[in-house]
Design a protein around this ligand. Structure first.
Ligand code: GLC
Length: 474
């Protein structure tokens, strides 16, 4: 989109426009201001969504290999990059010649096999992919949105870009419009589609590996050439696919036109959301990675993580690395009770198939949500996420309408449970989600004692719906 169109669009968009200030317009140059961008209201759909599916898919899905060293935060930071558990970092780890990945690569593919020699194989395999099957799966799991890596750090694009890579004029793109086809399929299932783009790192612009956390920001290409390239990519993605989420990664080149990109984006997708990894003065939500907040926060957040230790498919991973279904369910509940969404990542194989262990976790989560999703989706955090510390069962709360939902993170041993710190009205009804009839309950001091004898059997968290909502005490 050229500057003229953008100007017209920004002026043309009515009250909802987050274009620029009058002052800036009067001065001649069109400059959207942070003040106006910061007014962007967080759309309801994103607050209601709670669960999204993140997809890391690209050239790295071909070797699909990384040492399963651990989750971030649980590995010695000095070893993180050499022993990188993120399989999508394959190229960087390969550039570190004393890494396990370097050794694996030599043994498997030989000395002369370049990372970009994986292009033909990836492009041949993706021809087998069926976008509908993914979109149907995401819907079945209960996700409300999906986010696809359109360009990860290796610079390979999952859409046929009209923008030439100045460093690699040859084709460094997928043989199908994976971004466009998935967008159509996901929307066809009634879900929102977001796009990930690595604005901060592009390893086609450098040959030097990142070996330390100190290197990470130093390796963001700061040339004018790269800034124009990344800007043009984000503009193209916005124009063509109108993504519901602008999910940038790492940061952004200093010479990039962030406020203009945001303004153009909100004009094109008023109901869109932008993450905080542009490192800009405004974002719709924050993005803790393999991490979560321990309190309800005012600012919306979205926690992302792989099912295992990696985002990209890692063939080495098994049950030791992949999160167990009960933990995954408890994680989602905990996040939602504190105003977060979970962006749960899958790492598909090059042909689009998903490993049995990842499918298993998705299916169990979907089955659980089919019964218990009522107190997850479209809810808001309550006045507190959990009962007073150390009292009663381990519970997380959410609210919707005049009901309070109390999820028991672990199955209680006995036939009843104590939920601490609640005063209920005499007419309160307690329904265990999935049970055929309401449950008996009684107030005992500041706690509620609830009968669970009618609760459905199973190993996962139980949801209790309390109507009208009790009041918090203690
Ligand atoms: C990171 C990683 C990356 C992954 C991502 C997801 O910063 O570099 O491999 O794509 O964030 O949150």
């Amino acid at each position: 989109m050229n500057r003229r169109t953008f100007h017209r669009m920004a002026l043309g968009a009515a009250a909802g426009s987050l274009g620029g200030s009058l002052l800036a317009r009067a001065a001649g140059a069109y400059e959207p201001t942070w003040e106006s961008l910061k007014k962007h209201p967080l759309p309801e759909w994103y607050q209601n969504a709670k669960l999204g599916i993140f997809i890391h898919w690209g050239l790295y899905s071909v070797p699909a290999w990384a040492p399963p060293s651990g989750e971030p935060g649980k590995v010695d930071p000095k070893k993180w990059f050499t022993d990188n558990a993120y399989a999508e970092w394959y190229l960087n780890t390969l550039r570190i010649t004393d890494s396990p990945t370097y050794r694996h690569h030599q043994e498997t593919y030989g000395k002369n096999f370049d990372y970009y020699d994986f292009v033909p194989k990836f492009n041949q395999e993706v021809m087998k992919w069926n976008p509908e099957s993914w979109a149907k799966l995401f819907r079945k799991v209960g996700a409300r949105y999906a986010v696809l890596t359109t360009k990860h750090h290796d610079g390979f694009t999952l859409w046929p870009s009209g923008v030439k890579n100045p460093k690699r004029p040859g084709k460094l793109a997928a043989s199908r419009d994976l971004a466009g086809e998935l967008t159509a399929a996901v929307r066809g299932q009634g879900l929102k589609m977001g796009l990930y783009y690595s604005g901060g790192l592009d390893w086609t612009f450098t040959n030097e590996p990142i070996k330390t956390f100190g290197d990470l920001m130093r390796m963001v290409p700061q040339t004018e050439e790269y800034a124009r390239y990344a800007d043009a990519h984000w503009r193209e993605l916005t124009d063509r696919y109108k993504p519901a989420v602008m999910w940038n990664d790492i940061s952004y080149p200093k010479a990039g036109q962030i406020p203009q990109l945001f303004s153009e984006y909100y004009n094109a997708v008023p109901e869109g959301v932008i993450n905080n990894r542009f490192s800009a003065p405004f974002a719709d939500f924050t993005t803790p990675e393999y991490a979560k907040y321990d309190k309800i926060t005012e600012k919306k957040w979205e926690s992302c993580r792989g099912l295992g230790f990696s985002f990209g498919y890692n063939q080495v991973e098994g049950p030791e690395q992949v999160i167990a279904a009960d933990k995954l369910i408890a994680l989602l509940i905990d996040i939602v009770s504190k105003n977060g969404n979970l962006l749960l990542n899958i790492g598909p194989k090059p042909d689009g198939s998903i490993s049995a262990i990842q499918l298993d976790r998705l299916e169990k989560l979907g089955d659980w949500l089919a019964v218990n999703g009522e107190g997850i989706f479209d809810t808001r955090p309550w006045v507190r996420a959990a009962p007073p510390a150390g009292r009663g069962a381990d519970v997380r709360f959410t609210k919707k309408g005049n009901s309070l939902y109390a999820y028991l993170l672990a199955r209680p041993q006995g036939q009843s449970v104590s939920v601490a710190g609640l005063h209920a009205a005499g007419n309160m009804k307690v329904q265990v989600l999935g049970a055929a009839a309401p449950s008996e309950w009684k107030q005992s001091g500041d706690d509620l004692s609830i009968d669970l004898s009618k609760a459905p059997a199973g190993p996962f968290a139980l949801g209790l719906k309390l109507t009208p909502a009790p009041t918090p005490v203690g």
